[in-house]
Structures are given as structure tokens and as C-alpha cells.
Design a protein around this ligand. Structure first.
Ligand SMILES: [Zn+2]
Length: 204
């Protein structure tokens, strides 16, 4: 398994111990919502020209950051099942955040966004049906232009492992599953930044 992301060995446990926040989060313009690579966040915003110095970390939700920190901790201590389970939850949080941003970009009233987020829709339905209904493309097709085009298939594999665990099947979570879930955790910010920039940036 490739262990490098942006030239950094993501399986180097000594190194990732120092990651207090998501290292590849990127910075988001609070005006047009476009995400730029960390450090690229310039004023004025290269996209909309906003000068309000409002670049903020893209992955800034408390829930996403808590999960990221815990997944890292469990990866370091090799608690494989926890890495797999928590990655699935993190992915669900990021999917919900994506829908929220998409609806905001379409100027959907807050009450309607809230109503949508409160609906009890399974994550599989959200990814396989709601996503396409919203953006007009299947999730797996939308991510094809990125270097994370296997993300969808990998997520499905990891979700199956989690489901086996939940249903008491003892097929087990392997070291490779754990590494894959950690790799997806690290790559998720770049992937969702891409989806954000493709579908959720406000037109200027
Ligand atoms: Zn902007």
C-alpha cells in the first residue's frame, strides 16, 4: 500500500503523533466558499477577490476534528476496529457537511437545510442516490478526475468491515483494513475540498 500523501509518510507513527489537526485541510474563503491548499490562502481571495481576510481551515467542524484526532490516536495504538468504525462516521459527517454547503450555495433557506439534515437517510442512500439527485452526477463519477478515484470502492470495503463487526461476524479487521481506513481518513479532506470546489462555490 502506498504510504505517501503529498510527500509525507502517513504511516510514520512518530510523525503523525504531532498532527493535532487535519494536516491537509486547506483554507476556505468565507465569502465564495472556495478551498485553497493550506498556505495558498491569500488575501484577496484569488477566486472572488474578497479582501476580508476570512480564510479559515476547511475541515473546521468540531465533530470532524474530534473524529480525526481519535482516528489518529487509535491508528497509532493499532486499535484496528476503532479506526474502521470511526472513519465510517467521519465520512458520514463530511458527506453531511457537503450537502449543507451545496444547499447553502443554492441559497436554500436554513429551515429547509435543517429539515434535510434531520431526515433519517442511510449513508449508502445519501452517497448512492441523494448525491446524484443533487448534483446530477454519481459520487464515483464525480471523484474520477482526482487521484482519489478509488475512494468510493475503498469506502465500500471498509463499510463492509464495519458492518461485519456490528453484526457480530468475526471475519475481523486486518492490519491492511486499518491502514486503508487511516489512508482514507487522511485523503478525505482533499477529496471533499475537490467536491466543494466543484459543486459548492458561490458564483461571483
Ligand atoms: Zn473567495
Amino acid at each position: 500500500m502506498i504510504s505517501e500523501t503529498n510527500g509525507i509518510d502517513i504511516f510514520d507513527k512518530e510523525r503523525i503523533r504531532n498532527w493535532f489537526f487535519h494536516p491537509f485541510s486547506g483554507e476556505q474563503c468565507q465569502s465564495c466558499r472556495k478551498v485553497f491548499g493550506t498556505g495558498e490562502g491569500l488575501t484577496p481571495c484569488p477566486n472572488c477577490g474578497s479582501e476580508d481576510k476570512s480564510m479559515r481551515d476547511f475541515i473546521k467542524g468540531r465533530n470532524a476534528l474530534i473524529l480525526f484526532g481519535k482516528i489518529r490516536d487509535f491508528f497509532i495504538s493499532n486499535e484496528k476496529e476503532m479506526v474502521v468504525i470511526l472513519f465510517c462516521i467521519l465520512f458520514e459527517v463530511l458527506v453531511n457537511n457537503f450537502f449543507m454547503s451545496f444547499l447553502k450555495a443554492k441559497n436554500t433557506p436554513f429551515k429547509e437545510i435543517e429539515k434535510f439534515l434531520q431526515k433519517k437517510i442511510t449513508i449508502s442512500t445519501k452517497v448512492n442516490k441523494t448525491f446524484e439527485k443533487f448534483v446530477g452526477e454519481k459520487f464515483e463519477d464525480a471523484i474520477k478526475p482526482t487521484k482519489h478515484k478509488d475512494f468510493y470502492a475503498n469506502w465500500n470495503d471498509i463499510k463492509d468491515k464495519r458492518n461485519n463487526f456490528i453484526h457480530g461476524l468475526s471475519s475481523g479487521v486486518s492490519d491492511d483494513d486499518c491502514k486503508l481506513a487511516w489512508k482514507l481518513t487522511v485523503n478525505s479532506s482533499e477529496l471533499f475540498a475537490f467536491l466543494n470546489n466543484k459543486f459548492c462555490v458561490k458564483e461571483t
